[in-house]
Design a protein around this ligand. Structure first.
Ligand code: PLP
Length: 493
């Protein structure tokens, strides 16, 4: 459509006589037949012009137009490359910023903290004809992915899966375990923690939201104190986001579990593992989590579209008396067919092909190695941030996220403007600051199918982008990251 625009405007400029508007405003025709002739002529001219646009010659004419636009954009770009004091980030915008359809060589760097880069193996696995979801072949697929998910959640208890995003998995965790008016304890430690609490509120739950500064995770002592205060056991569930993707803070779930135990409180522990599953150690059984929920698009290296709930015996028992309305997300309706590898409705078959492949990749690498890889890359990313002289949003070392690093912008510098420069100049997407961090923070995703050189490329893009955007930083960040990567050897299988 972009390419056609100049041609259609050409129609108005080159052939004004043929436009219906001109035909209408022309002097009154001497007779009706002359007016008819004029209309017919307009129509003929228009139809032949449309044919021209669609023909090979038309296409080459369009190429001439766009190559002219390209070369003038390039000229601007090249002259903008001369650095001087008045050079603004906007002067650096390359040709593709003015021509959205222009091919950009090399691959896009998708360095947001999810969706993550989907590996070729997974893409190829999904590129198969969809099979009958009531066939024996499908049942084998269903059984294999459900068993594989149990390994990733580190559980022997059931894991259910929906064609849904993480938000759907949030809703499923709540509607299956709770009743209208039930009190839940939630923590405002970031945009997603707040979002899950909001979903709970919309569903008619009574949310006790503990304020936070978005630079710390859920404090186990606060959990213990709140639960001790609740002598009547009105709180039915504690909601904890394991890795808060908006801030790069990982809450200490095992310590939170101990805090609940110390308080001797029967509340369910519901954990959001949307950005930790398959990247950060998470033990559904050992940590006695009641519902661990997640999605497909981060550590599992799949496109968005699958939501998961891992369910403890206690949560399953709670679901039998829970009264929040549910149908699509009902565990009960799901668990029956799942026992034989089937689903109560049409599953996302091709995503399941991809899931089978992703699970195989995680098995081949070994979960412990996957977690160690994420820790190692995150340490290097943080070394870069420190090397630039910038501040990491997470305030506690023992809560640093292994999957993303959120970076505070110096006062007076807009993170979104910087991200726009990086996208335009280096074809790399960085995560935006969300909610109260909007414009103040940018996020570097380093999770999923990711390695040393991908991180090095990412950090080079950040360092160059910071300079281009005029953010006052030291140039030593990339070097610090490379030193960090060289000093800690990857685990070789
Ligand atoms: N929870 C966390 C921790 C997330 O990072 C996200 C999304 O990024 C969500 C929940 C919501 O998931 P979705 O956007 O897939 O609905």
């Amino acid at each position: 459509m972009d390419h056609r625009q100049p041609v259609y405007s050409g129609l108005l400029v080159i052939h004004p006589a043929f436009t219906p508007a001109t035909a209408r405003s022309a002097a009154p025709p001497a007779d009706k037949s002359q007016s008819k002739r004029l209309k017919r002529l307009s129509l003929c001219a228009f139809v032949s012009f449309v044919f021209f646009v669609r023909s090979a010659e038309g296409a080459s004419a369009l190429n001439v137009v766009s190559s002219f636009r390209r070369s003038s954009a390039k000229r601007n770009h090249v002259s903008g490359c001369r650095l001087n004091k008045s050079t603004r980030a906007e002067d650096w915008l390359p040709p593709w910023s003015t021509i959205p359809t222009m091919h950009r060589s090399g691959r896009h760097f998708l360095q947001i903290p999810g969706p993550t880069n989907t590996p070729d193996r997974v893409l190829r696995a999904m590129a198969q004809p969809t099979i009958d979801h009531r066939s024996a072949e499908f049942a084998a697929l269903g059984r294999s992915v459900l068993a594989g998910l149990q390994r990733i959640f580190q559980t022997s208890q059931p894991v259910v899966m929906y064609p849904a995003s993480g938000t759907g998995a949030w809703e499923a965790s709540l509607v299956n375990t709770l009743s209208p008016g039930d009190r839940v304890l939630a923590f405002d430690i970031g945009e997603f923690s707040r979002g899950w609490a909001e979903v709970a509120r919309r569903l008619g739950l009574d949310v006790d939201l503990v304020e936070g500064d978005w630079r710390h995770g859920v404090d186990p002592d606060t959990v213990e104190a709140r639960l001790r205060e609740d002598r009547g056991h009105r709180i039915r569930a504690v909601l904890v986001v394991h890795n808060e993707t908006s801030t790069g803070v990982t809450s200490r779930v095992p310590e939170i579990r101990q805090a609940i135990d110390r308080a001797g409180h029967p509340a369910l522990l519901l954990v959001d593992a949307v950005s930790s599953l398959g990247s950060i150690d998470l033990r559904h059984d050992e940590w006695r989590i009641d519902v661990t929920l997640s999605g497909s698009q981060k550590g599992l290296m799949l496109p968005p579209g699958l939501g998961f709930n891992a369910i403890s015996d206690k949560a399953l028992a709670a679901s039998r008396s829970a009264r929040l309305p549910r149908s699509y997300f009902s565990w009960e309706l799901m668990l029956g067919p799942n026992a034989t590898g089937f689903f109560p409705y049409t599953p996302a078959t091709n995503l399941l092909f991809g899931l089978r492949e992703a699970l195989a990749m995680l098995d081949e690498e070994g979960l412990a190695h996957v977690f160690a890889r994420h820790h190692r890359l995150a340490a290097a990313a943080r070394a870069a941030v420190t090397g630039w002289g910038l501040e990491i949003a997470c305030a506690r070392e023992d809560e640093y996220s292994p999957v993303l690093t959120a970076v505070m912008m110096p006062p007076g510098h807009d993170a979104d403007r910087f991200r726009a420069v990086v996208l335009e100049r280096f074809n790399m997407s960085l995560g935006a600051g969300l909610g109260r961090f909007k414009g103040r923070v940018f996020r570097i995703g380093h999770l999923g199918d990711f390695n040393d050189l991908m991180l090095a490329g990412t950090l080079c893009g950040v360092e160059m982008g910071l300079a281009l955007a005029g953010v006052p930083v030291s140039r030593g960040g990339v070097q610090a990251a490379l030193t960090s990567l060289s000093s800690v050897a990857p685990i070789v299988q």
